[in-house]
Design a protein around this ligand. Sequence first.
Ligand code: NAD
Ligand code: UFG
Length: 337
Amino acid sequence: MKVLLTGGAGYIGSHTCIELLALGHDVIIVDNFSNSKPEALNRIREISGRDFKFYEADAADPEAMDRIFAENEIDCIIHFAGLKAVGESCHIPLRYYRNNLDSTITLLEAMEKHGVNNIVFSSSATVYGVPERVPLTEDMPAYKTSSPYGWTKIMSEQIFRDACAANPNLSVVLLRYFNPIGAHESGRIGEDPNGIPNNLMPYISQVAIGKLPKLGVFGNDYPTPDGTCVRDYIHVVDLAKGHAKAIEYAAAHKGAEAINLGTGIGYSVLDIVNSFMKVNDIDLPYEIQGRRDGDVPECYADPSKARELLGWVAEKGIEDMCRDSWNWQKNNPKGLD
Ligand code: NAD
Ligand code: UFG
C-alpha cells in the first residue's frame, strides 16, 4: 500500500514508518517539524535501508494537502500530526484546537476530493476521562476529558464518525493509545521531548543520564496496590505494529471503529522505577511528592477488541520498555540534536 503519514517524523510516526517499510509498503511523510527534527528522517532511512517521499508541510494547509494528494496515489493515511502536551493545551487551547481540528478536517476534505477512503487516526485513552471502571472498553463513554488536548481527540473522533455517516465509502480506525514508551531496539530513534519532560519515562531517562537530579513520584496515597498511579505502558514498537494491522483493517472495512491499543496490564509508577533500575543496573534517585492535578488513579485497556478485529496483541513487556528507553537515551544524550 502507499501510506501517507502525517506527523511521521515524530515519536510514534517514525517507529510506525519503519514497520511499514519493513513490510514492503511505500510511505510518504508530511511533517512541519513543530515537535520533531529532520534528523529523524535520516535515522528512519538508516534503520530501514529504504527511502520514502517527504514533504515539509502543515497538515492543516489545504493547498499543500491538495498538492500532495494530487501528486501521489494514496491508499491510506495515518494521521499522527497533532500537538500533544496536556498541560500546555490548557495554556494555549486555541492553538491546540486550530492545529488538531484543522488538520483532521483538511485531511478529510482532501480525501473526499481525491477519492481516498481509508484513514487511521491517533486518538488517546484520554478520551475516557476519569474511568468508571478498569479495564477500559471501547463502548465506555468517551466525552469527559479534562484538557483541551483531550477535547481535540474527542472532537476529531466525532468529526470522523460524522464523515463516515455521510459517506458510506469511508473507513476510519480510531486508535486509542494508552501510554507509549520505549524505543526502537537499534537505539537510533526514540522519544525526544523539548525542554523538561512531562511524561514519566522521558523524565526517568533524563534522571538516569544525569540531566535532571531526581524523579518526583506524584502521590503515593492512591487506592492502588503501592499507592502510586497505575497505567497501561505499551512499547512503541508494539504500537507501530498495531498501525500496520490497522491499515489492513481499514482497507477491508467501512465505517468508523474505535480500538484500544494497550497491553491490558497496569503498572504503577514505582513498578516502572524499580524495573528501570533492575533491568539497566542503574540507580535512580526519586522522592515521593504530592499528587499531580488531573491524574486518575488507574487507567488500563481491555485490549480484546484489537485482538479480535486486528489480530494484534502487544508482545513486549516492561523489561523491554525500560531497556530500550535507556538504550535510546544513553546513546543519544542530546536526543536528535
Ligand atoms: P510527536 O509530537 O512526537 O509527533 C507528532 C508529529 O506531528 C511531530 O513530528 C510534529 O512535528 C508533527 N506535527 C504536529 N502538528 C503538525 C501539523 N499541523 N502538520 C504537520 N505536522 C505536524 O507525538 P507522538 O507521541 O508521536 O504522537 C503522535 C500522535 O499520537 C499525536 O496525535 C498524539 O496526540 C497521539 N497520542 C500520543 C500519545 C503519547 O503519549 N505519545 C498518547 C496518545 C495519543
Ligand atoms: N509521573 C510521576 N512523575 C513524573 C511524571 C509522571 O510520578 O515526573 C506519574 C504521573 O503522575 C502518572 C504516571 O507517572 O501517574 C504517568 O504519567 P505520564 O505523564 O507519563 O502519562 P499520563 O498517563 O498522565 O498521560 C499519558 C499521555 C497523554 C495521554 C494519556 C492517556 O501523556 O497524552 O496518557 O491516558 F492523553
